[in-house]
Design a protein around this ligand. Structure first.
Ligand SMILES: Cc1cc2nc3c(=O)[nH]c(=O)nc-3n(C[C@H](O)[C@H](O)[C@H](O)COP(=O)(O)OP(=O)(O)OC[C@H]3O[C@@H](n4cnc5c(N)ncnc54)[C@H](O)[C@@H]3O)c2cc1C
Length: 436
């Protein structure tokens, strides 16, 4: 075109044939160019479609594999106690150890949903009865050869001299050795991340509450999923930074962003080398770093931590159903939906005055307000019921109700099946007969 504009009028006069030839050539060139651009666009579009299709297929294959894996491994599940050998014991940081368990019978072990836990029945020397405690699985469920739990030794309260340190956690940290045999029930729990979904997630752990959310992040990493994940962990400083190797490994994955907060870094600790943020993990930090609030949130930590996070997320406009949490002790978070839905009668403390009968043990006692719950009442009257979390989360203390009704002051961590009750958080509504 430029050539024609430059030489156009003269060229037409002096050599019209050449001018026409040039115009034709130019038209062909433009047409070819346009055709080329069109095909390049089509090609790019097809490539994008192909890549989307490949991602969709990858996802379907992963989901099918995960379903198959779960179904296959479900067959390897068991009822009651099963013996596990401590294959490896690793010190993670001060007061925290990881225990790697392999089945003593050498048979396969079932997979689990990341976030679930194992229930241990511990025969601790000097105790007259088995101690039941729950510990979250901290590894990805795709490691089929072993289970890993990571346990923090519960120190005695500083302001209460004479009180012993936590029994089970001290036993695991100070007494258990490689080669020891432990009794465990099959993985269970209602706090888990659905691995068949691809919805972006925010995973938050405070202190030892890192264990279930780390299992979730590890699952995303190990499965090759491209699911967007934000992983937040808060502890005091490097001395309390447990499972650091796992957390560092997560940083290598493009789809996983990691933020480690030290609430009180030691003098020698350096930001961006030892930790990412100084201060607490709170909703303010999430607002700063997350592109939006549209995520599924999973969190585990101390009562106050979870209450702060939950309240903050609700205030930020996150729907209640997208916030998932687990307490390692008594429940501290009351969901807004529960507060709205709960009729006053369902949550009110059960009135004093009924009679509780423990049918198997052939004992009856008055519900006179001295015991905090049915488990405490049973214990005070010599009736043995299994006990785990004391928070209505683990299901260890589940007992069948033969007649009568049981109420919960704080809602249990999961829907209790009809005809049963969780004694560690339940109180009788009038006369009750329990199968214990
Ligand atoms: C679903 C679930 C998952 C869990 N996952 C993990 C996990 O991954 N890692 C982990 O470390 N923990 C986890 N826990 C917590 C764990 O189950 C135990 O509760 C924890 O290890 C403490 O048990 P313990 O027997 O050592 O302490 P306990 O003996 O039950 O004592 C608890 C605390 O009470 C204090 N105490 C003892 N006697 C008294 C008294 N008379 N008065 C006042 N205080 C007293 C102790 O010093 C201690 O600090 C989980 C809990 C649940 C429910």
């Amino acid at each position: 075109m430029q050539i024609l504009l430059l030489f156009g009028p003269d060229l037409i006069k002096t050599n019209p044939g050449l001018a026409i030839g040039l115009v034709v050539l130019l038209a062909v060139a433009i047409q070819t160019g346009l055709a080329l651009v069109g095909s390049a666009r089509r090609l790019a579009h097809q490539r994008r479609q192909l890549s989307r299709e490949r991602e969709r297929l990858d996802y379907l294959v992963r989901a099918a594999k995960s379903q198959w894996h779960n179904a296959e491994l479900e067959k390897a599940s068991w009822n009651g106690w099963r013996k596990f050998r401590v294959h490896k014991k690793v010190s993670e940081c001060e007061d925290v150890c990881s225990i790697y368990l392999q089945p003593h019978d050498g048979k396969p072990i079932p997979g689990f949903q990341p976030g679930q836990y194992l229930t241990f029945g511990l025969d601790i020397p000097g105790r007259d009865r088995q101690l039941v405690r729950c510990y979250s699985l901290s590894e990805s469920s795709l490691k089929q050869e072993y289970y890993r739990v990571s346990i923090k030794k519960e120190r005695a309260p500083r302001d209460k001299p004479g009180i012993p340190a936590g029994t089970a956690s001290t036993f695991f940290n100070d007494v258990v050795r490689e080669g020891d045999i432990l009794n465990a029930k099959a993985p269970t729990g209602h706090f888990y991340m659905d691995t068949a979904k691809e919805a972006p997630v925010v995973l938050m752990g405070a202190g030892v509450g890192i264990t279930p959310v780390l299992a979730m992040a590890n699952h995303i990493a190990d499965s090759g999923s491209k699911r967007e994940a934000w992983f937040f962990f808060v502890c005091r400083n490097g001395q309390e930074y447990m499972l650091r190797q796992d957390v560092d490994r997560l940083r290598k994955f493009d789809n996983i962003r990691v933020f480690v907060c030290f609430s009180k870094p030691a003098e020698a600790e350096v930001k961006d080398r030892d930790y990412d943020r100084e201060g607490r993990l709170n909703v303010q930090l999430l607002k700063e770093v997350l592109p939006s609030s549209t995520y599924d949130y999973f969190m585990c930590g101390s009562g106050p931590f979870m209450k702060d996070m939950y309240d903050g997320l609700i205030e930020w406009g996150v729907p209640d159903g997208r916030i998932h949490f687990e307490a390692f002790g008594p429940a501290s978070v009351k969901r807004v939906t529960e507060a709205k839905a709960a009729a006053p009668a369902a949550t009110a403390a059960a009135p004093v005055g009924g009679k509780v009968t423990f049918a198997k043990s052939n004992r009856s006692c008055a519900w006179d307000g001295t015991a905090a719950n049915l488990y405490e009442l049973a214990k005070a009257n010599g009736v043995r019921i299994d006990y785990g979390c004391g928070a209505g989360s683990c299901g260890s203390c589940l007992v069948a109700v033969k007649s009568g009704d049981v109420a919960y002051k704080d809602p249990p961590g999961f829907a209790v099946e009809a005809g049963s009750c969780l004694t560690c958080v339940g109180c009788p509504k009038g006369d009750v007969v329990l199968d214990a």
